[in-house]
Design a protein around this ligand. Sequence first.
Ligand code: COA
Ligand code: AMP
Length: 634
Amino acid sequence: MSGHTGGSTMSAYQKEYQWAANHPEEFWEAQAQHIDWFKKPSTLLATDENDIERWFPDGLLNTCWLALDYHCEQGRGDKVALIYDSPVTNRKQQYSYQQLRDQVARIAGMLANQGVTKGDRVVIYMPMIPEAAMAMLACARLGAIHSVVFGGFAANELAVRLEDAEPKVVLTASCGVEVNKVIPYKPLVDKAIMDSRWKPQQVVVLQRQECKSELNGERDVDWLSAYESASPHACVPVLSTDPLYILYTSGTTGKPKGVVRDNGGHAVAMKYSMTSIYNIPQDGVFWAASDVGWVVGHSYIVYAPLIHGCTTILFEGKPVRTPDPGAFWRVCQEYKVDVLFSAPTAFRAIKKEDPNGECLSQYDLSKLQTIFMAGERLDPPTLEWVETKTNKPVIDHWWQTETGWAIAGNPIGLEHMPIKAGSATKPMPGYQVEILNELGEPAQSNQQGFVALKRPLPPSCLPTVWRNHDRFESGYLGQFPGYYVSGDGGYIDDEGYLFIMGRIDDVINVAGHRLSTGEMEEIVGGHPAIAECAVVGVHDELKGQLPLGLVVLKDGVKVDDLELEGELVGKVRNEIGAVACFKHALVVERLPKTRSGKILRRTIRQIADGEQYVVPSTIDDPTSLAEIERVLKS
Ligand code: COA
Ligand code: AMP
């Protein structure tokens, strides 16, 4: 299969890009040949009942088959599929494709015994252990829809997701293990179920040595006993457009959005990305140092490496303190990692503790080919530090939970384009990225605007928000007809390089974790002493951004500011989780607003970051800005 459009002066990237842009169906038909369908699609692209474009609608497949059974059938059953490395528990384990397939098939059998069938939802609230990946694959095997909830989220976040996804079963473990602390999960699950209007039929608990949970009543099931009495279950064929998973992500309100991923488009895009973007051979070792609770973990710890036939690494540790800033390099050396993928914040943490790369120099990184980064913009100082210290190509690529794979990057499998610091390079084949102004008109080169994707979106991108299609239409498609609006602002330079400059909505990025300031405002504003509040993301050297709350007290309320701050910090920690890193709330007399009452969050953020700012012409009371400056400086 080969691309064909264009003359000989075009580069390999340009040829592929043009092929996908001018003949999308032909291009994706060619990519779809690389996966093992049960029934190949005869229609490539069609619109669904919501008038949304869907890829390969009549194809039949099973994602777990592609990730495991297919490789066993091809005689690669003995190859290592998954390596578990856990410095926090001192455990290491390897699973061959056959071992992983057999265990996953039995977990699928265990779920089937609990009544889970195709289309049912299963919530997975688990730490970074192999059983978390197995649970995802077992759901895929049955055609059930998994929804993984990041282990760092508090009970309230879990409750919201239970209510929305309505799972038949929850799969969990007795605890997560963080640096020097054990976090019991079962009390969080129990509280979430108590608070949720939706009650799952079964909670299956994997007991870990670090802390055992008490199992109560008919609802709680011991994982090991249920597993031992289960028989292996075969792969259930599903339609390409059937959902593989729902992954909730932060939006602008307190209610997270359930991003729906289909089976067929996702599998094709995963496979395509492994060769074109990551340039990794089938026998390669791929390590995404992330968490299965995030989209990076879904796509690049579990699905893409396994669909491609690689060895994937599941690392239960941190870039630092497990035990030192050499952890990443130790794993790369020990398992001969070819491709490493993580968030810039992880490398900033390493740089802070090992600025001269002394720890790094103790390891043999000769096998490591490329380092990829995503989750937030790769800031030029971090790029330069990682490049200099490792002497490896370091590649930024931009994507979102909504897409499941990179929208823009430097596809080294096609062509390694020169890197421009601060840019995510160019749109990936299949995506048509445009910068639009407020009227929806194309912006000039170098002019900032809304980063929008022209429809149809390529395979793997979300077709809807779970059980809330109106939210998909209003949040992504309604603003500019014919386009998907990414929520990011940015510009394209004269040479077609894309620069993502940050979110233009109420979403912030804290240590590579996407969080909603709108949600934090709802929590802070719920405190009885607070009349109104604003939460903004301010710059942080290590974590990229940190939330900062500014609160106005109700008339007549007398409180100690520090005591109030402590209560608000505790409230956000309890309701979202420690990952929110909400540590500061300052009392102010009033918030700067426009005459129509809109809080000037952008101006507040600029003041907090010490940036130059222009007093908006629509401001109601300019003196309110002086007060914010005074409070932030004091
Ligand atoms: N379960 C329970 N608690 C968790 C958790 C989990 N899975 N993950 C994080 N937390 C807790 C931490 O223990 C910490 O709690 P504390 O306030 O009581 O100390 C809090 O949440 C903040 O955690 P984190 O943001 O991880 O900060 P850190 O200081 O421990 O580590 C980094 C900083 C930069 C090393 C770390 O955030 C990191 O590795 N980030 C990379 C993120 C990433 O991979 N993103 C995916 C996109 S590629
Ligand atoms: P998530 O859905 O959690 O993956 O977060 C997606 C958001 O993270 C994007 O909308 C961006 O705001 C930000 N992001 C992710 N990767 C990058 C990147 N390489 N450059 C700039 N921003 C990024």
